[in-house]
Write a protein that binds this ligand. Sequence first.
Ligand code: ASP
Length: 442
Amino acid sequence: MGIKVAKFGGSSLADENQFKKVKDIINADPDRRYIVPSAPGKRFSEDIKITDMLYRCYDLAKRGEKFDEEFALIEKRYNDIISALSLTLSLEDDFAEIKSAMRAKVGRDYAASRGEYLNGKILAEYLGYAFIDAAEVIFFDENGRYAADHTDYVLSERLKNVERAVIPGFYGVSANDTIKTFSRGGSDITGAIVAKAARADLYENWTDVSGFLCADPRIVNNPRPIGIITYRELRELSYMGATVLHEDAIFPVKSAGIPINIRNTNKPEDCGTMIVASVSTIPGDEENSNVITGIAGKKNFSVISLEKDRMNEEVGFGRRVLEVLERHNVCFEHLPSGIDTMSVVVNDLAIAEDKSELIADLFEETNADSIDVESGIALVAVAGHGMKNMRGTAAKIFGALAEANINIRMIDQGSSELNIIIGVNNDDFEESIRTIYAAFEN
Ligand code: ASP
């Protein structure tokens, strides 16, 4: 028997009907042995997530205000699920304990984590699986960082003795024994951690979309779904704004070589997106002939361009530029350069406050002949593992943009040839994405 870890997001467990779909999915494949739930999410667009309700209760408690009314709404949501599923489980003791812990102000993370904790208890009961409290198996160190090695050791030992279990997402325990959560959306990370510890064959991440789309549907009409994508491409696209999976969820499974499959709880027949280490991992990939995997981007960058005669002969020029940026606490995104020019692409916000001091320091440190700053630049990343072996990809992108009358302000292609980054004016951002998409997909 294989092992699959299945994480279900908040919308997949928002009410009793969603719980039923989840049970059907789990029962359809005996390999789905370890299940990681989020807290109940929104049932309709104006609804409030349980996690947000818990934060609100805690904030009231912390100010010494009453929160019973708000907390009663949380109790009702769980109790409605329990009775609709005809379970005999009672969470009344847990509710009482959580309320008194909130009054004792034990921590905002503790309060938020109870959403997953309670949902995990219900799901375990409903499935007939064991319940493993994440506080017993997921650890943070004294600096508040996730303790990967310790967790992997304890959790993998624990799972060896449990054939099927529900482990709530989003939280663990810190060095001083208090509950700590990952950042929002962090159940994705728990799922990846469990997959690694279980030495799983696959990490399934069940949500309310059938995987990643090749471009933002708010910009491109009906974009193609992505069938297969590498971890690295995903990282490029997520960084540039494509969301579905928490960015940090990639690392635990990537290091263990476990593929991630993004699936849709409401459309379990869809294959979703498979995220793999390299494209050859999946047999049958030969059919996947798309050159471009995805297009994503972000607005509001600045390009700082330094020019100096004979820059290429000057040892340490780049270091001096980067040192100045470091002193000003500015991260750089890209460094396209020419023989006597060097450009640094940074986020507009990162230099908004002390732009003139930064430029003055750069002049002083580098003796550049000129330094120009251009703001309002958007970056568009075109990612694709197929690009490397395909001649003419760049020509196709740039030709299409020229035809659409879009002025390209910057080009950067990593040596991995995994992606091409193009800088355009903010105003041309959406049209650039549509144009590139049309050049490859039509
Ligand atoms: N419930 C948490 C949140 O709303 C964590 C998660 O859903 O992944 O952020």
